[in-house]
Design a protein around this ligand. Sequence first.
Ligand code: MF3
Ligand code: CO
Ligand code: CO
Length: 255
Amino acid sequence: MSVHIKSAEELEKMRVSGRLAAEVLRMIAPYVKPGVTTGELDRICHDYIVNEQGAYPSPLNYHGFPKSVCTTVNHQVCHGIPGDRELRDGDILNIDITVNKDGWHGDTSKMFYVGEPSKKARKASEVAHESMVRGIEQVRPGATLGDIGHAIQTYAESQHCSVVREYCGHGIGQGFHEEPQVMHYGRPGEGLTLEPGMVFTIEPMINAGKRHVKLLKDGWTVVTKDHSPSAQWEHTLVVTEDGYEVLTQLPGDPL
Ligand code: MF3
Ligand code: CO
Ligand code: CO
């Protein structure tokens, strides 16, 4: 397994990409309202990334993905394709933004509520967020990927939610998906030992029901088998000498 350690100069570029990805999430927030279609949200993000940021939306044409962002609703788990679905009161939505600026990727996603979500949907989102935070808090030199996965899994399961196994966090840099794979479950002390300069995402997908998922016939959209609500939050971070730096957190914003 070869995990690229980023140099100080490379990290400077990744800070830019990370900030731009986060700024897209901030820009799109006011547009997430009942009646807007996921396709309209995609178009607004696309135009902002290309025209305002001078960047490229990494998902577009990635292994044939047809749009510029992922929009993932309710019992969908990840990789929802923007289209003519209108958002309705009570929907929960993940928007996943990855931008490529000057050859370097930044990847972040968050949940949005359209009006008032159901108790179960809100729970999935809150547990996914706290799971991500607990995973991030494990990151420091000498910790292992298993420590991250274990922190996420034990918290999610303590809240009677489940962790999707089929999709993981990932190294990121000049490649969208690099080594290592960052599992959102695991055992303390197992797996790769973290070193300063490693850059990867943590992006747990948490279901309010059972963990099992299936892929829809569109070849992209992943849904929960039991149709329970699912939620995901994602940040890109770098291992520092004494902990971590989140590259996709804007100054003054919460994780
Ligand atoms: N941004 C997603 C991730 O967090 C990947 C999307 S790949 C796509 O890794 F092709 F579906 F866009
Ligand atoms: Co992403
Ligand atoms: Co990612």
